[in-house]
Design a binder for this molecule. Structure first.
Ligand SMILES: Cc1ncc(COP(=O)(O)O)c(C=O)c1O
Length: 488
């Protein structure tokens, strides 16, 4: 066929010919509700009349976007690394200058603009290893087991790529919690792996129950080969912090069932509740004796995006591998080398995170003050959130022990569920959409994270500034009462 004298040709890439796995990928955190929120913001700017004057977004764990201030020392070092002429500027403290100088010396041509080795700059991997050793009370960490990454996301997907194989009944199954952070379900869909869902126990503060792990595993063995178990601790979206006992039980389970462990520990500094403490899987595994510490394979993940740093945009992170087959490690290094290297500014930032000012250095006081204020504010917001939400009849919220989210259960009247179904929406999407249209509050429906059938939730972050968070919570309270009245 010709058109305007040109040979007309069918598109090569259409919905029918594209990779079907990609069509199955979903990522609720940036889904339709967020797209509508952006549209509403545009409408408000154009002067369209709404029952609110701004959209408050509590849908995504993007700390700085929600007003959290960066740590001064981190940005000073990054500024110096990006524009080394500033090393002559007397406004910058000496400890920031010495860190920047050290980082630049480790960069190709002394510039952040050079590619690094694919596993990440060696000096930074050494600093990460020392940080892990301090964190874990002296348990050894080999810098060779550290892979720097583009945020934690990249390392998680890389590890899954190594794990997934097979066809039909022999396809790899990967155990993930429900509710889960949707990176996991999305990555498994993209790789065509089998998602094995294990449910967290909502009635027990979203704890992980080994009997439930067993149930999910036995069920899955009928249609795939389970090979990996993913844990998020502290939890997203559920905010629970696992006890040491629970971690030990999970490790024993992984050992017995021959599963590769993936521990997502990006919220390791975000622990607020009394009696809760963060234990790394690496530490617990190392202390369980050679039967486990020399056998169970583990990849654990950390990031510059969360904790008190909240530096999501720098895309810094690392993965530590333990007991990985040396030949597979060679393959892993080859795989990451195809993409050259993680962003070098992100690596530099990670270096100052794991190597912050020391008590005898000039920036120490400010650093400690900024870090503790940020964490204290998050702790305050965590308790304010659970307190206000639990005052609302029809909303039940577990304690926010850690991380940056709450995942309260909402009771929806049958009439509302019916109307949602008529509209082809999940009932919690219907609820969240209405909340957005009527109050300007942007949350994510629980269905985007997974939940037990017949239960409904939303996820909100505790990140908005205190005054705004209070407004968000009061508006949710008011909305939930109005919604319940309207549909009862
Ligand atoms: C549990 C969890 N893992 C991983 C990530 C990815 O973080 P990043 O890729 O920014 O390091 C997030 C982000 O919210 C998360 O909540």
């Amino acid at each position: 066929m010709t058109e305007n004298g040109c040979e007309y040709r069918e598109r090569v890439l259409t919905m029918d010919t594209m990779n079907p796995n990609i069509k199955r990928v979903e990522y609720a955190v940036r889904g339709p509700i967020v797209q509508r929120a952006v549209q509403i913001e545009r409408e408000l700017k154009m002067g369209v009349n709404k029952p609110f004057t701004e959209v408050i977004k509590a849908n995504i764990g993007d700390c700085h976007a929600m007003g959290q201030r960066p740590i001064t020392f981190f940005r000073q070092v990054l500024a110096l690394c990006s524009y080394p002429d500033l090393l002559e500027d007397s406004k910058f403290p000496e400890d920031a200058k010495s860190r920047a100088h050290r980082i630049l010396q480790a960069c190709g041509g002394g510039s952040l603009g050079a590619y690094s080795t694919s596993q990440g700059i060696e000096m930074i991997r050494q600093d990460v290893a020392r940080y892990i050793e301090r964190r874990d009370g002296g348990i050894a960490c080999d810098p060779d087991n550290i892979y720097l990454s583009t945020g934690a996301s990249d390392a998680i997907v890389t590890m899954l790529k190594l794990l997934v194989l097979g066809e039909g009944m022999s396809r790899t199954g990967v155990m993930i919690s429900i509710p889960q952070y949707p990176l996991y379900s999305a990555a498994l869909a993209e790789l065509g792996a089998v998602q094995i869902s294990y449910y967290l126990d909502e009635d027990n503060c979203w704890s992980l129950d080994i009997n439930e792990l067993s149930r999910a595993l036995q069920e899955a063995k009928k249609h795939c080969i389970p090979r990996a178990l993913c844990i998020i601790n502290p939890g997203n979206p559920t905010g629970q912090v696992q006890s040491r006992q629970c971690i030990e039980d999970v490790i024993r389970f992984a050992a017995t069932e021959n599963l590769f462990l993936m521990a997502d520990e990006v919220y390791q500094d975000n622990v607020y509740a009394d009696g809760c403490k963060f234990y790394s899987f690496k530490k617990v595994l190392s202390e369980m004796g050679p039967e486990y510490s020399e056998k169970v394979e583990l990849a654990s993940f950390h990031s510059t995006s969360k904790c008190y740093m909240g530096e999501c945009g720098f895309r810094g992170g690392y993965m530590e591998v333990v007991n990985l087959d040396p030949e597979v490690k060679v393959q892993l290094t080859k795989l990451v080398s195809v993409r050259l290297c993680p962003p070098v500014p992100g690596q530099a930032l990670l270096d100052v995170v794991v190597n912050p000012p020391q008590p005898d250095e000039p920036s120490y006081g400010t650093f400690i003050k900024e870090r503790s204020e940020t964490l204290a504010t998050l702790a305050e917001k965590a308790s304010m959130t659970q307190e206000i939400l639990n005052q609302v009849p029809g909303i039940k919220c577990n304690p926010v022990q850690g991380a940056m989210y709450t995942f309260p259960r909402i009771h929806l009247p049958p009439k509302a569920i019916l109307e949602a179904k008529e509209k082809g929406q999940s009932p919690d999407m219907f609820y969240c959409m209405k909340l957005l249209e009527e109050k300007g509050i942007c949350l994510v429906p629980g269905s985007g994270f997974g939940q037990r059938d017949g239960t409904y939730h939303f996820r909100m972050t505790i990140l908005p500034p205190k005054e705004k968070l209070k407004i968000v919570l009061d508006k949710i309270k008011e909305f939930h009462q109005q919604f319940t009245d309207q549909y009862s």
